[in-house]
Design a protein around this ligand. Sequence first.
Ligand code: DP6
Length: 328
Amino acid sequence: MESNRQATARAHPNIAFIKYWGNIDDDLRLPANPSLSMNLDGLHAETTVTWRDDLAADQLTLHGQVEGGAALERVSTHLERLRERLGLRNHADVVSTNNFPMGAGIASSAAAFAALTVAAVGAAGAAISERELTTLARLGSGSASRSVPGGFVAWRMSATHTDSYAESIAPPDHWDLVDVIAVVSQAHKAVGSTQGHRSAATSDLQAARVAGAEARLAQCQQAILSRDFAALADVVEHDSNLMHAIMMTSRPPLFYWLPPTLTIMAAVRAWRTEGLQVCYTLDAGPNVHCICVRSDAERVSERLRALSGVVDVRVAAPGAGAVIVRSS
Ligand code: DP6
């Protein structure tokens, strides 16, 4: 390989309709259940990786700030696995920016590790299939596997690394859905997803949630393919409630909701009975992702803005997969 090859990749975060919560193997991030998500256009991580022959260690710059500690360690651990796969010995200079707040229920690690993986492989000039890229991204952050392919994406479960991959089930333009995100807090969450996954099995309810996940994913996939909003709303809210029930009944318990979170969830259900095509889903944070059809997005945004406790509203359409935007 030539020295100092560089590539920049861009990846979107995703919102899970069927949630990933708990692993059968934490080290390889082999999930306890399959999951399904939609990439979020307009929000992205952009990451430049340069494999350099003059570095004694990996280095990470986030938003112009040189990072050490846990952030660098997680990135470097991931780079170590990529080095192994790529047959590289060089260390990497990683420079990344996000255009959305981190740590508040808009899964920043998904976009970050998808962009990092695609940039690192691109900078090495390696030809690796999309399927394998999803498995590599998964090692850095489980949900990152779903940010590699475009549009609506399913992440299959398996007991082996190579078979736990993600694939697109429909392109971004398949269905004009919109995620209207009601931001109620921009604070960094106290307990991150990685720690949460490790505690999922301490809930008596996790086994039941996992047992039904395949069937919910099938219902969700069918609802997307047939653009059946009522069916989608039913399974998406149910699956989100199930995951939060696990969180609340884990030991120690995890409560991600804030008072406005519950207000918004109740409002969304009421709006749906009034005829708006909208449903809610929440990741590991207090912000509420209101999934709706495009024609109702404006009304949903206005109503959310009028609720007390909503500090911001962001709107995201289905997004593309991770791409290389520059390389040299
Ligand atoms: C609640 O992918 O962030 O957003 O693999 O430890 O990085 P790590 O966890 P992460 O977990 C995401 C959890 C979730 C649900 C989901 O996106 O499916």
